[in-house]
Design a protein around this ligand. Structure first.
Ligand code: DLL
Length: 434
């Protein structure tokens, strides 16, 4: 049976949804123009007034906003409400410059929880489920976001945060967690620790679902996780600027439903900024339709994806985004060829002897780019015979060449060499940027 959190909203006919979006967009442009000096200036510079926006098609007239705008107006220069109306802050890690600060009113938090309650319902979670939240708690949005979303939907939360993996596994068994929310990388690490301790996720726990996101991961990785652990692995997407973790796939696992009453989606050509059609791959741009503290207009997240407006088997009418390849700036250009780390993962995961952990190392040697992929063997395939090792390296090299059209060096490393991650994994070392 298909369950909905808010059936009327989730199955609203598309034309009604679009009418609602249009009204919300008109209100939004008036709201930001009145409440934010930043937006007023941005609109004035672009020569656009709120009354110019009457239809969804007029969205194109509005200027983009960027992560750099949030940094340039640090900490709260883009906010539309004074601090005393805020219920919470979250702050991004700021590894690539000044951190970005996101603020939430009570209504913003409620909308965030609602978004997740709809999503969790769509994957069959609710009352009676114990959701172990192993995303980091704190300034990162993952932990607290899932925490309150899980409470909203009526599940019981086990707020383990990330780390302390053996204890997590004990609690998972003792309290009977039925779902886990963490990065796919952390779940891989957790499964490895479980194996080392003789715990079978499939037989010794009640886990039935994983809510995995915050970093790119591939369909092939999904198959591996599902086969090895017997759980259903669901993709969850969000960014701190939009609130945090927000939307998941439904039970059919064919793209992530983005709630149209909360967000307006576009995909653009990253070079020209032109809107692309549904089904075309490009850079995701989102306009928030329901946020009070920090509404974002045509926000260039930078993630590469495809919008799918085809009806979904689940009956939800809200559009879907297909697996996110990563941010445009995660793309590596190696000898003129574009490579996303996720593409490498997709190829590696089809080779049974290759384990789940890998590292991409890019270098420049004598003016020429080189790419080395370090891999570990699975326990089942492990061999220390030179011939086997060379054979596997060649097999991986050929598979990568076939798909990426790029000659790479493959290096088999000892198990455990590649750093394990409890949060977002670092899968690339680009020495050209040092
Ligand atoms: O990672 C929010 C989140 C927490 C999402 C927990 C899902 C689960 P940020 O730290 O701001 O927020 O990073 C957002 O992570 O722009 C994508 O590049 C990437 N990302 C997030 N989810 C996915 C996903 C959180 N499912 C950035 N697939 C985004 C691919 C993802 N990339």
């Amino acid at each position: 049976m298909i369950e909905y959190w808010n059936p009327l909203m989730e199955r609203m006919p598309v034309d009604e949804l679009e009418k609602m979006q249009e009204n919300k967009l008109k209100n939004l442009v008036n709201y930001v123009y009145q409440h934010s000096d930043f937006y007023k200036k941005r609109f004035d510079e672009a020569g656009v007034k709120p009354e110019d926006i009457q239809t969804l098609d007029d969205l194109k007239k509005l200027p983009f906003t960027y992560k750099s705008d949030l940094r340039d107006t640090y900490p709260t220069g883009m906010f539309c409400v004074p601090n005393e109306q805020l219920t919470r802050f979250h702050v991004s890690s700021g590894t690539t410059g000044k951190p970005t600060v996101v603020g939430y009113t009570k209504n913003d938090i409620h909308a965030w929880n609602t978004s997740l309650a709809r999503a969790l319902t769509s994957i069959g979670l609710g009352r009676g489920d114990i959701i172990q939240v192993s995303y980091g708690y704190g300034l990162f949005t993952g932990g607290l976001g899932l925490h309150y979303g899980a409470e909203e939907v009526g599940s019981t939360v086990l707020p383990t945060s990330s780390g302390n993996t053996e204890k997590q596994l004990d609690l998972m068994q003792d309290l009977g967690s039925t779902a886990i929310a963490c990065t796919p990388s952390y779940f891989l690490f957790m499964s490895e620790v479980a194996n080392q301790n003789g715990i079978s996720i499939q037989n010794d726990t009640k886990l039935k679902a994983g809510i995995f996101g915050a970093e790119p991961w591939s369909e092939e990785m999904r198959s591996r996780i599902e086969e090895a652990t017997g759980i259903k692995a669901y993709d969850i997407y969000g960014t701190s600027e939009l609130s945090g973790p927000l939307c998941t796939e439904c039970q059919f696992q064919e793209g992530i439903h983005i709630w149209a009453d909360m967000f307006l989606l576009e995909v653009i050509d990253p070079e020209t900024g032109e809107q692309l059609g549904d089904g075309e791959r490009g850079e995701l741009v989102i306009t928030t339709l329901a946020k009070e503290a920090l509404p974002l207009i045509r926000y260039r997240i930078g993630d590469i994806t495809i919008i799918n407006k085809e009806p979904c088997k689940c009956g939800r009418t809200h559009p879907r985004i297909m697996r996110v390849l990563g941010r445009a700036d995660d793309m590596l250009i190696v000898r003129g060829i574009n490579v996303f780390p996720g593409q490498v993962e997709s190829v590696l995961m089809t080779i049974p002897e290759v384990g789940e952990h890998f590292m991409i190392i890019v270098d420049r040697v004598n003016e020429l780019d080189t790419m080395t992929i370090q891999i570990e063997m699975t326990d089942e395939a492990f061999s220390d015979k030179v011939n086997d090792i060379i054979g596997l390296e060649k097999k991986v090299q050929a598979a990568l060449k076939n798909v990426l059209n790029l000659a790479v060096k493959v290096e088999l490393v000892e198990k455990g060499t590649i750093p394990r991650s409890m949060g977002k994994a670092k899968k690339v070392i680009d020495n050209r940027k040092l």
